[in-house]
Design a protein around this ligand. Structure first.
Ligand SMILES: *Cc1c(COP(=O)(O)O)cnc(C)c1O
Length: 427
């Protein structure tokens, strides 16, 4: 496959956009080479600027769970656009999507819509701080909650300690209020709660981690967080930006049966338009302005095009059979990739839950950030470029989950598994 035109477009983009991209993960920094410029997409396929067709395993990093250009979503957006694209006044469709989301997700009475997952998580911790009158939060190394200051904090040498910023521009003042724990390590959380008695407003967690590859919570981990929160008057925030409307209609709260105090959404909920949301029981949500004292706002929040796309998407996802099909397709892929890698003696670990799956090039169990970081990066790079040359587009980073779409056919999956077999021989 040739990527001449993409490379030329990338060179042009770099002159006017930092790094040539509007979000860093789109560049191929982790794997080398130039990113691919996409021209259009339909169902499970991407059509790039050089005329190549690729089977897509990123799907806009999650939103396109039913495939690209899903007709009901496209039609809803076109129809809405003709009636005006933004008003800055209430519209009925905002209530309609709120009612729909509340009916699909357990434990939420009210929901507020914003424009991204970042905004949702940022607003959720402000709400938690306002509600509890406390300042500190606990997050987990390797969990991503968007790019707002409080979350750009990483562990120093795996130690459970005060966070240090991992981006210039994040102040020490902000960093000191973010405490870091290790995923799947309830003792690390208990120790922080003990050392910061009556100061922790919220624990925020990806209830199934997806930003260090896919890492499911071990038995008892989420239950342990729930108990610690209940004992300490701390709110439990599930960041369901990736898992919401993906692992089940009601996300992880439904799939694993654990109750969060606040849940955040993004990705699928917007059907491919910029939407985020956060939701909780009424008593917490009523702390938000204009009803309550915690300020949060947005000129384009609840935008009619975005709400139309989201409502069409959620309506389509009311059919539980979709989630069963997604699970079955992903399990089929899991089995096929595992045997292709094993036959070629490539050391690997595959993590999967529902339609989230990741291939780690390490034989050790991947349960947290430290074990995810053990994967062999050189092998991943070779794997990524090998798959690309076979027309399979996976995320250009070893720390990403693959996002399975219902538009994938078993023929697509077989083609993908065959490509893994071919590439595995070269690893
Ligand atoms: C993608 C993601 C975010 C950030 O959402 P954006 O829409 O990119 O701002 C937050 N949390 C999780 C778990 C995510 O996967």
């Amino acid at each position: 496959m040739e990527y001449k035109r993409s490379s030329a477009l990338f060179a042009e983009a770099q002159k006017v956009i930092p790094g040539g991209v509007n979000s860093p993960v789109r560049a191929f920094k982790a794997v080398g080479g130039d990113p691919i410029f996409v021209k259009s997409a339909k169902g499970a396929y991407l059509y790039d600027e050089d005329g190549n067709t690729l089977i897509d395993y990123i799907n806009s990093w999650g939103p396109m769970i039913l495939g690209h250009a899903y007709p009901a979503v496209v039609d809803a957006v076109i129809d809405k656009a003709k009636k005006g694209t933004s008003f800055g006044m209430p519209t009925q469709i905002e209530t309609a999507i709120a009612q729909k989301a509340i009916a699909m997700v357990p434990n939420i009475d009210k929901i507020r819509f914003v424009n991204s997952g970042t905004e949702a998580c940022m607003s959720a911790i402000r709400l938690a701080r306002g509600y509890t009158h406390r300042e500190k939060i606990i997050k987990f190394a390797g969990c991503y909650h968007g790019h707002s200051d409080s979350f750009l904090i990483q562990a120093g040498s795996g130690a459970v300690t005060f966070g240090t910023p991992n981006s210039p521009g994040v102040t020490q003042g902000t960093a000191k209020d973010t405490l870091l724990a290790n995923y799947n390590d309830i003792e690390s959380v208990a120790a922080l709660m003990q050392a910061n008695k009556d100061q922790v407003a919220a624990i925020i967690v990806e209830p199934v981690a997806g930003n260090m590859g896919c890492i499911p919570p071990q038995e008892g981990f989420l239950e342990g967080l729930r108990t610690l929160c209940d004992q300490n008057g701390t709110l439990l925030i599930f960041d369901e930006v990736m898992t919401g409307f993906r692992l089940a209609k009601g996300g992880v709260q439904e799939r694993l049966g654990i109750t969060a105090d606040i849940a955040t959404y993004g990705k699928v909920i917007g059907g491919g338009l910029p939407v985020g949301a956060f939701a909780a029981r009424a008593e917490i949500m009523d702390y938000l302005a204009p009803q309550g004292p915690v300020y949060q706002a947005g000129t384009l929040s609840g935008n009619p095009l975005a709400m139309a796309a989201g409502l069409a998407m959620l309506t389509a996802l009311e059919d539980d059979a979709i989630f069963t099909r997604l699970d079955e397709k992903t399990a089929y892929l899991h089995k096929g990739i595992a045997s292709a890698l094993s036959e070629n003696k490539v050391a690997h670990t595959i993590n999967r839950i529902g339609s989230m799956i990741s291939v780690h090039f390490s034989e050790d169990a991947v349960v947290d950030f430290a074990t995810a970081a053990k994967g062999d990066n050189a092998t991943f790079k070779a794997f990524f470029h090998g798959m690309l040359s076979q027309g399979i587009y996976i995320a250009p980073s070893a720390y990403e989950s693959w996002f399975i779409t219902d538009a994938l056919t078993y023929a697509d999956l077989d083609k993908t598994i065959a490509a893994v077999g071919t590439v595995a021989k070269t690893l």
